[in-house]
Ligand binder design. Structure first.
Ligand code: NAP
Length: 224
C-alpha cells in the first residue's frame, strides 16, 4: 500500500519540488491557490487569508477530504516587507494565519482524525533565528512554527519531526521585490536535501540549508 503525503504550499517553489521528489514513494496531495498542473501530484485548492473563521472552515473541509496522512509537510509562506507600523491588521493576520495558525489548526485536526501523525516536516527559514527589522511578523511566525514543531516532537503520536530551515532560494517568493536571485539556492537542490534529511531514522531533527556555499548543517538530532 502506498503512503500518502500532504504538502501545504506544495503548488510552487520548494514545496512543489519536495512534492515531486516525494511522488517517487508517496501518493502526494499539494495545496495552494494555483494548480501546478503536474501529473505526479493531486491538487486541492487552499487559499489562506486573514479571516480566521474562514480558515477554520476550509481546514475542516480539507481534513475531511483527505486520506490518512503519513507525511505532512508545511511549506506555505510568502514574503512580507515593512516595519510593524506599516503593516495593516489584515497583513499581520494573514501572515499569522499562513505562517503559524494554519499548521497548528491542521495538525490538531489530523491528530484528532487519525490519532497519529507518522511524519512531519516544517519548512521554516533562516528568519527562524535571525531578527529582521522589515520582516517582523514573518520572523515571528517562523520562530513560532519552529517551537511549535519542536514541541509536537515531544508528543508520542507524532513519530518523526524534521524542521528544515532554508536560506534564500530562487522561487516566486521574491516576485516583484527586485531581489538578486543569482546568489540564491536552487529549490530543486534544496528539496532533495529536505527529503534526504527526512530519510534516516530519528525522532526529531533540526537542519539548516545554507547558501554561499550551498550546504546542509544538522543542528540537532534526537534518536528514537
Ligand atoms: N524563497 C526563499 O528565499 C525562502 C527562504 C527561506 C524560507 N522560505 C520558505 O520556503 C517556503 C516555500 O516558499 P518558496 O520559496 O517555495 O515560495 P513560493 O514558490 O512562492 O511557494 C510558496 C507556497 O506557499 C503557498 N502560499 C503562499 N501564500 C499562500 C496563501 N496565502 N494561501 C495559500 N497558499 C499560499 C503558495 O501557493 P500559491 O502560489 O499556489 O498560492 C506556494 O505553494 C515558505 O514557507 C517560505 O517562507 C523561502
Amino acid at each position: 500500500m502506498t503512503n500518502n503525503a500532504l504538502i501545504i504550499g506544495g503548488s510552487s517553489g520548494l514545496g512543489l519540488e519536495i512534492a515531486l521528489e516525494l511522488s517517487k514513494k508517496y501518493d502526494v496531495t499539494v495545496t495552494g491557490r494555483r494548480d501546478p498542473c503536474q501529473d505526479a501530484v493531486r491538487f486541492m485548492p487552499l487559499d489562506i487569508g486573514a479571516d480566521t473563521c474562514a480558515l477554520q472552515r476550509k481546514l475542516d473541509e480539507l481534513t475531511a477530504a483527505l486520506p490518512h496522512t503519513d507525511l505532512f509537510v508545511y511549506a506555505a509562506g510568502f514574503y512580507q516587507e515593512g516595519t510593524i507600523d506599516k503593516l495593516t491588521d489584515e497583513d499581520i493576520m494573514k501572515m499569522n494565519n499562513a505562517g503559524f495558525l494554519a499548521p497548528a489548526l491542521l495538525i490538531s485536526r489530523i491528530i484528532n482524525k487519525q490519532q497519529e501523525l507518522p511524519g512531519y516536516i516544517a519548512i521554516t527559514s533562516t528568519s527562524q533565528w535571525t531578527p529582521r527589522l522589515y520582516e517582523p511578523i514573518y520572523t515571528g511566525v517562523k520562530a513560532g512554527l519552529a517551537k511549535l514543531s519542536e514541541s509536537l516532537a515531544l508528543d508520542p503520536r507524532v513519530h518523526k519531526t524534521l524542521i528544515a530551515a532554508p536560506a534564500g532560494m530562487k522561487t516566486r517568493f521574491w516576485e516583484g521585490t527586485g531581489r538578486d536571485l543569482s546568489v540564491m539556492l536552487d529549490p530543486k537542490w534544496a528539496a532533495k536535501q529536505v527529503v534526504e534529511l527526512y530519510e534516516d531514522d530519528f525522532r526529531y531533527k533540526f537542519a539548516k540549508i545554507m547558501r554561499e556555499p550551498a550546504r546542509v548543517e544538522v543542528v540537532e538530532k534526537i534518536e528514537r
